[in-house]
Design a protein around this ligand. Structure first.
Ligand SMILES: Cc1cc2nc3c(=O)[nH]c(=O)nc-3n(C[C@H](O)[C@H](O)[C@H](O)COP(=O)(O)OP(=O)(O)OC[C@H]3O[C@@H](n4cnc5c(N)ncnc54)[C@H](O)[C@@H]3O)c2cc1C
Length: 660
């Protein structure tokens, strides 16, 4: 029986027997998670999809890699060492740590040259059939396809989340975060990249990075792809989502009425609104692994090791030369050396962590953790993130307009998606439209937006009800009590929302080590909303969304702001600025775009970790190539930028070593 047939049989069996067992979820708050790498224990009642997804990953103990022997392994992509090798070679030209958005493209480009050998180490498993379904994006945040990170407690934010902690999941898979993300494709505005270059980062102006965005892209965008800044012949599919609700048309029409033209929002010319562009192909997720690794996995010069955890970069303290990596697989420690370079692509949390564990970081901090200092650098000291307020819910007095999970979770829909890829399951978590606006709070003299609006064909209500998975609210760790008080009365009804994403937060966070154990989670500090301007920008965005909703395109659906009674905001007048500040502080959610923890900058930049060619200052043969190097906030979700950084990084390495 083929893999696909087995899956459908399983889904059918699980779907058939599970209906009686569905109920509300809650979390076991007694689970010890603060400060350890263990997951908080989630206790939810049985749901066919969540359960199936959870089981894809086997056990998660966080300390020891599991063998790839779980029940669903047959549905998973696989990567083996070639030629019957049981262990990796003692030496490679390059070792890449992390097969994520950047690491995957880097590995693929470097091994185009048959004479170059690369070892690619990845802590996570290969993706599987269910990760291909865009609508299931929210489900994966609670499986071990993600690192279950939590921000350190910060009073006054995430007040409505479990234990008042903000949840920061990141992808742990071959393909990295692109295996669990929402697939939105955005590049950032020209002025933002030009500012990065003007800071002294030669080679990173808009026109220079555009070349690399274009290189990867395989656009299929109804005419946009013919524009000079798009490409139809690259590897990474970028498409419109095949299934949309009528609500996104209301969003675009309302936008036009308020002066926002409908545009290709990735085009450099002007700000506007548009249908979401996504890294999908005919309704199927296209992760970085699917695009850049899967087709090349039989290259004999590319050794890919999933479920393998790098624990240290080896740096000679006399010469400051990076010469290898230690890593563990199935509990066994290995070391491989490099002839040329170690390339760190472990993402914005793990890259700074590994640097610090290896002796590169703030001197006093490393010393306090008993780590020998090789190079004193401000690793982890800068962290920007994009946050949002995801519960600005508008109810509709028209039924069957928005997405609703209950309507599409039948086996028939899954078969239809598999065959045609164009039903509700092709929607990336309901995301349908993107709009860039500049609120009156902005003092930017250039046409740079301060808010991105994300139009959803539904809301946090859409997967609720007695039989719903509630994956979205679980994905942000919203407390069940807060949800019930604020939204219980309208749960599982037709609705619309727009997520305002704060593009250029003034508040700055940081990341540091918890201890010197490579299996501990680092300590992460978002410092969200510590600058009053961030709050003011959010409130201005909420007012703008209300103006959009007041127009005829939305009013024809009877769209109405829901009066959410958050427990901590009840004393405040509904819809006042004070109410909104309280609401934002109650449901504060990251969009997972942490950047700048291994900040790029010229030698004169006292916050820089890597130079504009991504080489770590003061260390030879070590580069950081992932989203952690982005030095300033950009108006973009960070997958496409990370792929671009991987492309550009590969070219810089080829130039250094005179490789073709
Ligand atoms: C839920 C969610 C939704 C998102 N939605 C979008 C979206 O719609 N659009 C968008 O553009 N961006 C989105 N993002 C962000 C985007 O996907 C990431 O910023 C981007 O993928 C980061 O790429 P990267 O290469 O820097 O790191 P990653 O892709 O995170 O890759 C890092 C890899 O390193 C591995 N690793 C870490 N430590 C080790 C170690 N010690 N040993 C071996 N391997 C290790 C990790 O397991 C991971 O696979 C989302 C993120 C999340 C979490």
């Amino acid at each position: 029986m083929s893999n696909y047939n087995c899956l459908w049989m399983l889904i059918f069996i699980i779907g058939t027997f599970s209906r009686e067992n569905l109920a509300n979820y809650e979390y076991d708050n007694s689970a010890p998670f603060a400060g350890s790498s263990r997951n908080p224990k989630l206790v939810w009642n049985y749901h066919p999809i969540i359960d199936l997804v959870s089981q894809t990953s086997g056990k998660t103990n966080g300390y020891k890699e599991t063998k790839n022997d779980d029940f669903f392994a047959f549905l998973r992509d696989y990567y083996y060492l070639p030629d019957g090798l049981k262990t990796p070679l003692p030496e490679y030209d390059f070792i890449i740590i992390g097969a994520g958005s950047a690491g995957s493209v880097l590995a693929s480009r470097l091994t185009e040259n048959k004479n170059v050998t690369v070892l690619l180490i990845e802590a996570g498993k290969p993706e599987m059939l269910l990760t291909d379904i865009p609508a299931l994006a929210p489900y994966f945040q609670s499986t071990d396809y993600t690192w279950q990170y939590y921000m350190e407690p910060q009073p006054g934010v995430c007040m409505g989340m479990l234990n008042e902690r903000c949840f920061w999941p990141r992808g742990k898979a071959v393909g990295g975060t692109s295996v669990v993300n929402y697939m939105i494709y955005t590049r950032g505005r020209p002025q933002e990249w030009d500012r990065i270059a003007a800071d002294g980062n030669y080679g990173w102006s808009y026109n220079e990075v555009l070349k690399y965005y274009i290189k990867s892209e395989k656009a299929n965008l109804d005419g946009f792809e013919k524009n000079p800044y798009r490409n139809r012949d690259g590897e990474m599919p970028v498409e419109f989502v095949p299934k949309r609700t009528r609500l996104v048309n209301a969003f675009l029409e309302a936008g036009k009425l308020l002066g926002h033209p409908t545009v290709d929002y990735n085009a450099p010319e002007k700000l506007g609104f548009g249908y979401v562009q996504a890294t999908i192909n005919k309704g199927h997720r296209q992760s970085a692994a699917k695009v850049f690794l899967h087709p090349h996995k039989r290259r004999s010069n590319l050794h890919i090791m999933p479920e393998t955890r790098a624990t240290k970069i080896l740096i000679d303290p006399q010469t400051n030369n990076a010469y290898g990596v230690t890593f563990t697989r199935n509990g066994i420690k290995h070391t491989s050396h490099v002839r040329k370079e170690v390339l760190l692509s472990a993402g914005p949390i793990a890259s700074p962590q590994l640097l610090m564990l290896s002796g590169v970081g703030p001197k006093n901090h490393l010393t306090s953790k008993n780590i020998r200092v090789i190079k004193d650098l401000p690793v982890g000291k800068t962290l920007y993130d994009h946050i949002t307020f995801p519960t600005l819910v508008f109810t509709l007095n028209t039924t069957r307009v928005s997405f609703n999970e209950a309507r599409v979770m039948g086996i028939r829909y899954i078969f239809d998606w598999l065959r045609d890829g164009d039903n509700d399951l092709s929607s990336p978590g309901g995301v349908e439209g993107i709009g860039y606006i500049k609120t009156p709070v902005s003092d930017d003299p250039e046409p740079v937006p301060d808010i991105e609006l994300i139009s959803i064909g539904g809301s946090i209500l859409s997967d609720g009800g007695p039989k719903g998975s509630k994956a979205v609210r679980q994905g942000i760790r919203l407390s069940n009590k807060v949800f019930q008080e604020a939204f219980g009365a309208v749960d599982n009804t037709d609705s619309w929302t727009s997520l305002p994403m704060l593009l250029h937060p003034k508040s700055v966070g940081y990341v540091e080590l918890r201890d010197n154990n490579p299996f501990s989670h680092p300590r992460m500090y978002g410092n969200y909303l510590t600058d009053p301007k961030d709050v003011a920008t959010f409130i201005a965005a909420i007012r703008h969304i209300q103006e959009l909703v007041a127009t005829e395109p939305f009013q024809k659906f009877g769209t109405k702001l829901h009066n959410a009674q958050y427990p901590k905001c009840k004393r405040l007048k509904f819809n006042s600025d004070e109410y909104w500040e309280c609401a934002i502080r109650t449901v504060t959610a990251t969009l997972h775009h942490q950047i700048a923890t291994c900040r790029m900058g010229p030698a004169s930049d006292h916050r820089a970790i890597v130079d504009p060619e991504l080489r770590v200052y003061g260390i030879k043969n070590l580069r950081v190539i992932d989203s952690s190097v982005i030095p300033r906030t950009i108006s973009a979700h960070t997958h496409a930028p990370a792929v671009m950084i991987g492309e550009k990084g590969a070219d810089m390495i080829k130039r250094t070593w005179n490789m073709r």
